[in-house]
Design a protein around this ligand. Structure first.
Ligand code: NAD
Length: 497
């Protein structure tokens, strides 16, 4: 069995705690790998290494940083296939989707390659006689990143390339369910010339995370994961004086207005609800059909969903893979099993599904629930599986109110041909990312990603300009170089008027 250890100081370091976690191939149900779970002492060692590396990386030239980043970008590009295969083997998503994940992560490396422009700062000359004011941004020190299972390469790349480009050193704690891709990224960054200790990977669970949250030498924490853990991360790390951005879970709504192109809306709903088996924080999990279109829209979604091919991620014929664990599959199935008793019409029931030759895989088919009530468990909880809820609303206002009553506010979308209605929706909906006829509005790398309400704790979104802001702190320098001809100013105890 393969063992995944840590990456500290530019080399693989064996786990010393004696504690390991299982990593499973979701398509077969077999434990293929064990991952070392770090003790608090091992976390301390990684933070100490990162702190020592900060002494020189924090003052490295921008040219030195971007030289390494451009080489890393080239290596990532060469290794797309390999990283995608690592993702599929431990996460289960289909190869094409894994390649998409690598591409979206690479986008943030692109952004980091352009850090010279983002860190240019601002200068105002002659704000008063011979007085200039400069605003500059400086790195924080050691930054920690804690990432979820569902994007084992992309989400780490939302964090460390930009943090490191800004001059910080980094300790990454990937998901213990699929740790191999992140470790490979660290190896490639090292191969690109990143000095030892600038990026460290510590594998582990709550023990490792909690130590990072309390460690006095960690200046900031970036977290992406579920809402209850995001809340814990934000509260604990803030209480320990750290800057925190903690992105949480979601229930993303797609509002379909009566004038929408229903075929396009059904295509979008199926792609966004069932892609990656619904294990995406931007998955559409609730469609709100406005007016009389509900029955027709549900029929179109059903017709498309029935055609999706489910199978192992490495098979090019598969469009949807298995879920991450058997326990998660059973939890998802429980929502479908309980839906009818809570008033929903079960249009498609994906429970009990299996794939021939892969009977021990974590399979579940596509489920479609119609006329779902806002009080039901299937609507209220983030299911994080291939289950789409359809709700009905009489009017735009009713649909909007329903969406805005959700405690989550990650992404949302409106499908319509009416520009005025779409504009109203953009301004009135309470969510951080809005799509107009775009079902999964994940912002491009140079705009920032983040939700509202229980989908994000902290005030900085991730990557884009917010990313650079999060990983740096501002300083304003006011300078006066007196002219020898100036008369002495003398003492003045007042404020300048
Ligand atoms: P998770 O919250 O269970 O785990 C995320 C990380 O936190 C992992 O590294 C894990 O080891 C650690 N962790 C888990 N329990 C902990 C605890 N009690 N104390 C300290 N650390 C703990 O999330 P997951 O199941 O890996 O990922 C799926 C979730 O992530 C979904 O809710 C999804 O919506 C969310 N997500 C959000 C975004 C976003 O951008 N908002 C993106 C991707 C995923």
């Amino acid at each position: 069995m393969k063992t995944v250890h840590h990456w500290i100081g530019g080399q693989a370091v064996d786990g010393a705690s004696g504690s390991f976690g299982p990593v499973t191939d979701p398509a077969t149900g077999e434990v293929t790998t064990q991952v070392a779970l770090a003790s608090a002492d091992e976390v301390d060692a990684a933070v100490a290494t990162a702190r020592a590396a900060y002494a020189s990386w924090g003052t490295s030239s921008l040219a030195q940083r971007t030289t390494v980043l451009f080489k890393f970008r080239a290596l990532l590009d060469q290794h797309r296939e390999e990283i995608a295969r690592l993702i599929t083997a431990e996460h289960g998503k289909v190869h094409d989707d894994a390649l998409g994940e690598v591409a979206r992560g690479l986008e943030i490396v692109d952004l980091a390659c352009g850090i010279t422009v983002q860190l240019k700062g601002e200068l105002s000359t002659q704000v008063a006689s011979r007085v200039d004011v400069a605003s500059i941004r400086q790195p924080l020190g050691v930054v920690a990143g804690i990432t979820p299972f569902n994007f084992p390469a992309m989400v780490p790349m939302w964090m460390f390339p930009l943090a490191v480009a800004c001059g910080n050193t980094f300790v990454l704690k990937p998901s213990e369910k699929d740790p191999s891709a992140a470790l490979r990224l660290a190896e490639l960054f090292s191969e690109a010339g990143l000095p030892d200790g600038v990026l460290n990977v510590v594998n582990g669970d709550k023990v490792a995370v909690d130590r990072l949250l309390e460690h006095p030498d960690v200046a900031a924490v970036s977290f992406v994961g579920s809402t209850p853990i995001a809340r814990h991360i934000h509260a604990t790390a803030s209480a320990h004086g750290k800057r925190v951005q903690a992105l949480g879970g979601a229930k993303n709504h797609m509002l379909v207005l009566p004038d929408a192109d229903l075929d396009a809306a059904a295509d979008a709903a199926v792609s966004a609800a069932y892609g990656s088996a619904g294990e995406r924080c931007m998955a559409v999990s609730a469609v709100v059909a406005v007016g009389a279109i509900g029955d027709e829209l549900v029929a179109k979604i059903k017709e498309r969903a029935e055609k999706i091919t489910i199978g192992p991620g490495h098979d090019p014929a598969s469009e949807m893979g298995p879920l991450i664990t058997a326990a998660h599959r059973d939890k998802v199935a429980g929502y479908v099993a309980g839906a009818a008793a809570q008033g929903a019409d079960v249009v498609l029931d994906g429970t009990g599904f299996t794939v021939e030759g892969y009977e021990n895989g974590h399979w579940i088919g596509l489920s479609l629930l119609d006329k779902v009530s806002t009080d039901s468990d299937a609507y209220r909880d983030e299911i994080f599986g291939p289950v789409l809820c359809v709700l009905r609303a009489e009017t735009y206002e009713e649909g909007l109110a329903l969406i805005n009553a959700s405690p989550y506010g990650n992404g949302t979308a409106v499908f319509t041909r009416d520009g005025g209605a779409a504009r109203r929706f953009q301004l009135e909906v309470e969510a951080g990312m809005v799509g107009v006829n775009v079902p999964i509005p994940v912002p491009v790398g140079y705009h920032s990603f983040g939700g509202w309400k229980d989908s994000l704790f902290g005030d900085h979104h991730i990557y884009g300009n917010d990313g650079t802001h999060f990983y740096t702190r501002g300083k304003v320098v006011t300078t006066r170089w007196p002219d020898p001809a100036d008369a002495p100013t003398g003492v003045d105890l007042g404020f300048p008027r």
